[in-house]
Design a protein. Structure first.
Length: 84
């Protein structure tokens, strides 16, 4: 919430002092300002870049987890055979 929204909300409150409230119409009619298109595009690029990095990290972690599971299974197999 922005300070402007809060201030305008207080200025538009209805009801008695103990039960003041912001009317639903104030919130419904509040215009949300969008950043300029070039800033929106930069945000989108950052999100996409972060998503690609995150996907790579997830793939790496899944690969490491698979390796560790196989290593554990092999280790347990050797332990039960008395080969350790």
């Amino acid at each position: 919430m922005t300070a402007t929204f809060r201030e305008e909300g207080v200025n538009n409150m209805t009801g008695s002092s103990g039960l003041k409230r912001v009317p639903p119409a104030f919130v419904a009619n509040w215009k949300i300002k969008n950043p300029p298109i070039n800033k929106q595009l930069k945000i989108i690029d950052k999100i996409k870049s972060t998503d690609v990095k995150l996907s790579k990290l997830i793939t790496e972690q899944q690969s490491k987890l698979s390796y560790l599971k196989a290593f554990k299974a092999g280790l347990l197999d050797k332990a039960f055979k008395g080969e350790l």
